[in-house]
Design a binder for this molecule. Structure first.
Ligand code: NAD
Ligand code: UD1
Length: 337
């Protein structure tokens, strides 16, 4: 049985991927410092899969800890989710973002090299396309970033490329996610940010639960179907399955490659709000406010390369994403923010 190290496996995407890996018969080891997650998620992954696995609590930037993990386990490949991800916070605290995202990656890569483990799946983001050169966005579109969070992803992509050039024994899949939403059908794992959410769906969920009074829609004067921003929302379970296919692929193929993980469909903020209301039978009051600085009008993937190379495509639609997000929230505590 292949052993896979999952960094940041207690987080939103990592926990869903852990479930898919365990269900597919992989042995996993999770390392997480719970900076942005909770210990109960580890127990919930075990509950969902009815499988056990090793968990190390600690920081991926801690070389001693990583050497301990690699010396205690014969690891075949790593999936690296651990990192900070809030765009606004990265503008306010750039050093913290560069330190954590880049240091954790370098520490992981150095340790992998030392222990002769050269297979990696890395969490990048569609944010590396900046204001996209063309639509739908394919992997060859020009790369540009507008904030420190995005810069960490772009730098890490560069580090991985240089590493591969230096040693062609590496096998690396760089996954550029579009907008992950939704939750596992068990309602045991999902996205539950602390405080006031930055992202659209977690915000709407809090409005639906009356923790927040209304949604602010950031601009209705974009050049889109109804003036509001258009994004490619992807169900986190589909995304998790994309990691499974990527892992299967890198275990058999050397090289470095880049894959868009999106659905290829764009929905506007208003379409999403209407769909949320319909499938969950709730009303979402909203106000149109100014554009959010740094936002782009439209972003959606051309996901055909992932289909061709990884035999992966998203299957779940917007209704399923929004139903599962709301269902998951009913399992968590609610307080007015
Ligand atoms: P998340 O915050 O839910 O999960 C990240 C996990 O990593 C958390 O459990 C956190 O505690 C842990 N972590 C952070 N730094 C760590 C460190 N130094 N050592 C150990 N653990 C650490 O985020 P997510 O949404 O699951 O995102 C996972 C990855 O995917 C991130 O790298 C993120 O940048 C990337 N990504 C996310 C999105 C998104 O919309 N969620 C989009 C594109 C890319
Ligand atoms: C944001 C990040 C992106 C990151 C992604 C996933 C920014 C500028 N971009 O993408 O780098 O990879 O999250 O974490 O932060 N919206 C509202 N009201 C809200 C929230 C959002 O109208 O309260 C709108 C936005 O203007 C946008 C859409 O909803 O049109 C989606 O926003 P969001 O969920 O924050 O994702 P992105 O901005 O696409």
């Amino acid at each position: 049985m292949k052993k896979i190290l999952v960094t940041g496996g207690a987080g939103y995407i990592g926990s869903h991927t852990a479930v898919e890996l365990l269900n597919a018969g992989y042995e996993i080891i999770i390392v997480d410092n719970f900076y942005n997650s909770k210990p109960e998620t580890i127990e919930n992954i075990k509950k969902i899969t009815n499988k056990d696995f090793l968990f190390y609590e600690g920081d991926v930037c801690d070389k001693k800890l990583l050497r301990k993990i690699f010396s205690e386990n014969e690891i075949d490949a790593a999936i690296h989710f651990a990192g900070f991800k809030a765009v606004g916070e990265s503008v306010a605290k750039p050093l913290m973002y560069y330190r954590n995202n880049i240091d954790s990656t370098l520490t992981l890569l150095e340790t992998m090299q030392e222990f002769n483990c050269q297979k990696l799946v890395f969490s990048s983001s569609a944010t590396v396309y900046g204001d996209p050169e063309r639509l739908p966005i394919d992997e060859k579109c020009r790369l540009s970033v507008t904030n420190p969070y995005g810069a960490t992803k772009l730098y890490i992509e560069g580090i991985l490329k240089d590493l591969y050039i230096s040693d062609n024994e590496w096998s690396i899949a760089i996954l550029r996610y579009f907008n992950p939403v939704g939750a596992h059908e068990s309602r045991l794992i999902g996205e539950d940010p602390n405080g006031i959410p930055n992202n659209l769906v977690p915000y709407i969920v809090k409005v639906a639960n009356k923790e927040l009074p209304y949604l602010n829609i950031f601009g209705n004067d974009y050049n889109t179907k109804d003036g509001t921003g258009v994004r490619d929302y992807i169900h986190v379970v589909d995304l998790a399955k994309g990691h499974l296919n990527s892992l299967n692929y890198i275990l058999d193929h050397k090289g470095i490659d880049y894959y868009n993980l999106g659905t290829g469909k764009g929905y506007s903020v208003l379409e999403l709000v209407k769909t949320f209301e319909k499938v969950n039978n709730v009303t979402i009051p909203y106000k149109i406010v100014d554009r959010r600085p740094g936002d782009i009008a439209v972003c959606y993937a051309n996901p055909s390369y992932a289909k061709e190379k990884l035999n992966w495509e998203a299957k779940l639609g917007l209704e399923s994403m929004l139903k599962s997000s709301y269902n998951f929230s009913k399992n968590t505590n609610h307080k007015k923010l």
